[in-house]
Design a protein around this ligand. Structure first.
Ligand code: SF4
Ligand code: SF4
Length: 187
C-alpha cells in the first residue's frame, strides 16, 4: 500500500426498499423531470449557433491584396512560429505576367495547415510580416477522415469575389501594438 487513502469496502446488506429498487427509480425520474425545466446545456448546432467572441480564433484565411494578388510570400515565418508544426509550404518563383496573381517575387505554390494539429493560438498571424494570414470566426467543419482536415490553398486563400473580413481582428489594441517601432515589418 503506497498511501493510506484506501478504504475497506464493507458489503452492506440491502434493506427491503433498496431491494425493490422502486425508491431509487423514482429518485432518478424526479432528477430527469427537474432537468426538463432547466436551461439546456447544449444547442442544436448547426441550426443554432452560440454567440462567439469578436476575436474568436477559427479557420485561417490567406488574404489577397487590393488588386487580388496573394499576399503570402512563402517566407516560412508562420511555420517557424507554429508551436504545433501544423503549417507546411512549398515556395515558388513568380513568373513574368503573374504580377496580378502574386504580390511578391516568391509565393507559396503549396500551403497547407493541418487543422487536427492546429491549436488556434494565432501565433502564425502574429508572425506574418505581410498581413497574409489571419484567423477568422469561421468554425472548422467536421469530416470523417483525417485527410479532410489538411486544408490547402483551395480552402485557405480567400476567393477574389468573396473577401473574408478580418477587420474584427484589428482591434484598437492590436493596431496600437502594431505601431511599435520593432513591428514596422507588419505594415
Ligand atoms: S493558429 Fe497556432 S497552431 Fe494553428 S497554425 Fe497558427 S501558429 Fe500553428
Ligand atoms: S508568415 Fe505570412 S507571408 Fe510568410 S509564409 Fe506565412 S503567411 Fe506567408
Amino acid at each position: 500500500m503506497l498511501t493510506n487513502r484506501s478504504k475497506v469496502v464493507v458489503k452492506k446488506e440491502m434493506n427491503f426498499w433498496e431491494r425493490i429498487y422502486l425508491p431509487a427509480i423514482l429518485g432518478g425520474i424526479v432528477i430527469t423531470i427537474k432537468h426538463l425545466f432547466r436551461r439546456s446545456a447544449t444547442v442544436r448546432y448547426p441550426e443554432k449557433k452560440r454567440e462567439i467572441s469578436a476575436i474568436w480564433r477559427g479557420q485561417h484565411v490567406l488574404k489577397r491584396d487590393d488588386i487580388g494578388a496573394e499576399r503570402c510570400t512563402a517566407c516560412g515565418l508562420c511555420a517557424v512560429a507554429c508551436p504545433a508544426e501544423a503549417i507546411t509550404m512549398i515556395a515558388a518563383e513568380r513568373k513574368k505576367g503573374e504580377e496580378n496573381l502574386y504580390r511578391e517575387e516568391k509565393y507559396a505554390s503549396t500551403y497547407e495547415i493541418n487543422m487536427l494539429r492546429c491549436i488556434f493560438c494565432g501565433l502564425c498571424e502574429e508572425a506574418c510580416p505581410k498581413e497574409a494570414i489571419f484567423l477568422t470566426d469561421r468554425i472548422i467543419e467536421t469530416d470523417y477522415g483525417r485527410k479532410g482536415f489538411v486544408f490547402g490553398k483551395d480552402k485557405l486563400v480567400e476567393p477574389v469575389d468573396q473577401r473574408v473580413d478580418v477587420s474584427k481582428r484589428q482591434t484598437p489594441a492590436v493596431l496600437e501594438f502594431k505601431q511599435h517601432k520593432q513591428l514596422t515589418h507588419n505594415k
